[in-house]
Design a protein around this ligand. Structure first.
Ligand code: UDX
Length: 457
């Protein structure tokens, strides 16, 4: 089968490489000259474990090509997959789908024979209808079916998510297009009950509903974690006790500094706006958005409390800048507002991230970057773990203690063994445990004595 993928961004590149790997002939169209040059030289512009190998193997086998010329690729294709960016629109939070429509406009004149045009990008409900209209206007002769096939790839495990999907959602009213899509995915051998063939609008909404639900689940456990600190409970055990109920499940119940990344913040916001416009508000998602925004800033207050109420003139080492491990992506990462808030409060920031430095440097200022965790920790009064990179789990506590000026560790991912860290002579604060040092039960007791209303606010 011949497939054209429009856009060699994260979703486009992963999809193109994986479709090639399962035997299709794939051309990936990329407009950005610098990005295209890199890809043609075999360099991968994003960090994703396993991706470089799949791209180079399939390029060498002749199944994967990159080009800037759309028309020729589209003309030969059975499937044209639109995987361009849909960022949040400044101002109203709705997804900006101008790049999707621009792609549809460009694809239309080049279409020959029956072609399935697929939106892979996360697009608001009704986008498929508009693409239909655009193509019909530009090329009334086109024999085309526009299909919604949302991606559910997670950064850091995107290849596995593509190759062994939990589900494949295909939205189309065309039986012919439905068959083409099933043929395209057939080499994966996905069980029939994991393939959801549905209407186009349903498929479009499914993606937003799934991401918003997961964001809500994490945000729920984050609020429970705060409550645990106040009432002397343990969020890890609460999550375990909840998660063993198969109806709930343990995944996405790890309390942390708030959800980030290129999807959850953008998609929750877009669903809120879509629902408001449809006069059918999704109030749980609205609350999720605002609770999550506030949480990132609240984490800076937690750090400030851990060093005794002020960071003015103090040095804080931040470990982890990406929104999660195994990516170089810092978009909406909690680390960014935490760092800015600490700087505003007078702290000097040192930082280390295994992959995120390049992106973070473009956004942050006045941050001293270390080449590893110990270099970042050098001379610091407190060390804050913001992202749960595996290398941070194995930190040598003795070496860390030597490097640091103070003895405070704030672990916003509950990555370390708190008891071991305390035994090594540190003051340790995690997330959602009664023993989380400077706040936790102490705060509860003080609050009940009416002493610290200012801290709690
Ligand atoms: C997400 C969806 O999982 C994926 O299906 C979709 O296609 C794109 O959006 P991704 O953005 O890569 O993927 O990250 P994900 O692993 O889902 O994590 C999102 C955020 O939630 C991260 O900031 C992560 O740190 C946070 N999170 C996740 C938690 O804080 N706790 C958890 O238990 C799980």
């Amino acid at each position: 089968m011949k497939i054209t993928v429009i856009g060699a961004g994260y979703v486009g590149l992963v999809s193109a490489a994986c479709f090639a790997d399962i035997g299709h002939s794939v051309i990936c169209v990329e407009r950005d000259r610098a990005r295209l040059d890199m890809l043609e030289k075999g360099e991968i512009p994003i960090y994703e474990p396993g991706l470089a190998g799949i791209v180079s193997a399939n390029a060498a086998a002749g199944r994967l090509r990159f080009t800037s010329v759309m028309a020729e690729a589209v003309a030969q294709s059975d499937i044209v997959l639109i995987a361009v960016g849909t960022p949040s629109r400044p101002g109203d939070g709705l997804a900006d789908i101008s790049q999707v429509y621009a792609a549809a406009n460009e694809i239309a004149p080049a279409l020959t024979g029956f072609t399935v045009v697929v939106t892979k990008s996360t697009v608001p409900v009704g986008t498929g209808d508009e693409i239909d209209r655009i193509i019909a206007r530009v090329n009334p002769e086109a024999d085309v079916a526009v299909v919604s096939n949302p991606e559910f790839l997670r950064e850091g495990s995107a290849i596995k998510d593509f190759m062994q999907p939990d589900r494949i959602v295909v939205g189309t009213e065309s039986a012919r297009a439905s068959q083409v899509m099933q043929d395209a995915y057939a080499p994966l051998g996905t069980a029939a009950e994991r393939v959801v063939m549905t209407g186009r609008r349903t498929a479009e909404l499914t993606k937003y509903a799934a991401n918003s639900f997961l964001a809500m689940k994490v945000t729920f456990i984050n609020e429970i974690a705060d409550l645990c600190e106040r009432v002397g409970a343990d969020v890890t055990d609460v999550a375990r006790g909840m998660g063993l109920d198969a109806r709930i499940g343990r995944q996405f119940l790890n309390a942390g500094p708030g959800v980030g990344g290129s999807c959850f913040p953008k998609d929750t916001l877009a669903l809120v706006k879509t629902a408001q416009d449809a006069d059918s508000p999704v109030r749980l998602v609205e609350t999720t958005v605002s609770v999550n925004d506030q949480r990132k800033r609240a984490m800076a207050k937690k750090v400030i409390r851990s060093v005794g109420g002020s960071v003015r003139g103090k040095t804080i080492a931040i470990l982890g800048l990406t929104f999660k491990p195994n990516t170089d992506d810092v978009r909406e990462s909690p680390a960014l507002p935490i760092i800015t808030a600490l700087q505003d409060a007078g702290a000097r920031i040192r930082a280390f991230d295994p992959e995120g430095r390049r992106q973070a440097e473009q956004i942050l200022s006045n941050v001293a970057f270390g080449d590893d965790a110990y270099a970042a920790a050098s001379g610091a009064d407190a060390l804050v773990i913001v992202t749960e990179w595996a290398v941070f789990k194995d930190l040598e506590l003795k070496k860390l203690k030597k490097a640091m000026a103070g003895k405070v560790i704030v672990d916003l991912r509950n990555l370390l063994d708190g008891a071991a860290v305390r035994a090594a002579g540190f003051r340790y604060t995690g997330i959602g445990h009664a023993t989380d040092g400077s706040d936790g039960l102490l705060l509860l007791q003080q609050a009940s004595a009416g002493e610290i209303t200012s801290l709690a606010s």
